[in-house]
Design a binder for this molecule. Sequence first.
Ligand code: ADP
Length: 382
Amino acid sequence: MGKPLRVLIVEDSENDALLLLRELKRVGYETTHERVYTASDMNSALEKQQWDIIVSDFVMPQFSGLEALSLIQTKALDIPFIITSGKISDETAVVSMKAGAADYITKDNLTRLGPAIERELQEKLVRGEREKVSKALREREEELKVLKKVNQLKDEFVGLVSHELRTPLTVILGALNTVMTEADRLSKKEIKHLVGDAYFEAETLSDILANLLELARAQANRLQIFEESVIVKEVIETAVKKLNRQIEPRHVLISCDKTIAVNADRVRLQRIINNLLDNAAKYSSPGTEIQVFVKKENDELLIGVKDKGIGIPSELQGKLFEPFQRLESKDINATGTGLGLVVCRRLVEAHGGHIWVESQAGQGSTFLFTLPMTDKGKHKTQ
Ligand code: ADP
């Protein structure tokens, strides 16, 4: 059995094509072939199947070797292209090679065809390997760029988190130190106030650590959801109470039927709403209203947190739910770690829901997420 070879012959003379095929058989090829001699037939032949080699006559009544060559170049096909001709002047040969032909062979010297094809197929193989290697190299370079970027983000993040942990810790240490060293001089009210400050800051610390832990679990695919029936309004009210332990309380309008329950992980749902509410307060002015609304939509529960704050330009919205992403804001000097939203996303998705933002710069933002109402959840929802 010969070596298989799919050869597209661009040749108006059937006899010349037969001679060519005979020569290929003689040198050990088992060919499958098609003979074409117009541009449209060549086009269809190229569409129909893959070819290992094209052997084309130089001049034909309706077509030419150079036109055939330019056709495969337009299609960006890497198929070795050999030109044959009754006679080839040096000038024609140079023109053909310059146009990109792999070789040119006179019809009275067809014995050169076998070695020429062998060489071209070999070269194509090498080209393919080289392309594979350089593609792999490009991919590694891309990966390296991404890794460098992630590494840089992690470095920035470690700096940010350390700073964010340090601030409440400084307040806690200061307050407790005052209580310890000046207890005799301080009134009960002052002591209560200082301990209250320490407690509030300890809660902030605990929130940052909880978010960190959730992200670490999610990254390691170890996020486990413990579902139970949760009355949604209670969770929102707890979040609002927590928010309003801050120095400047906020007016939060809750629109949620008190009977709505959903099957969810209570602690995680609390964390999602805490994070969104904290952000709504952080990125809006103290005098403005915040709304939390809950709606049942088909098989899902839709929960939204709306503020009238600084808003987010649409081109930046996509990256908010990625780890460590914070946006620069000239208007509001809010501190943060860039952890809240990515944790929200991971927790919402772990429940089978999704989260997104609707916002415009300067027009406030609404963060929305859905939770599926499972049969169990639906049953408990009145
Ligand atoms: P953090 O608030 O700790 O920076 P988040 O992951 O909670 O991290 O939020 C990421 C970024 O998204 C914030 O830095 C802020 O730029 C933007 N953002 C989040 N919530 C709001 C909001 N309600 N209004 C405007 N920008 C917001």
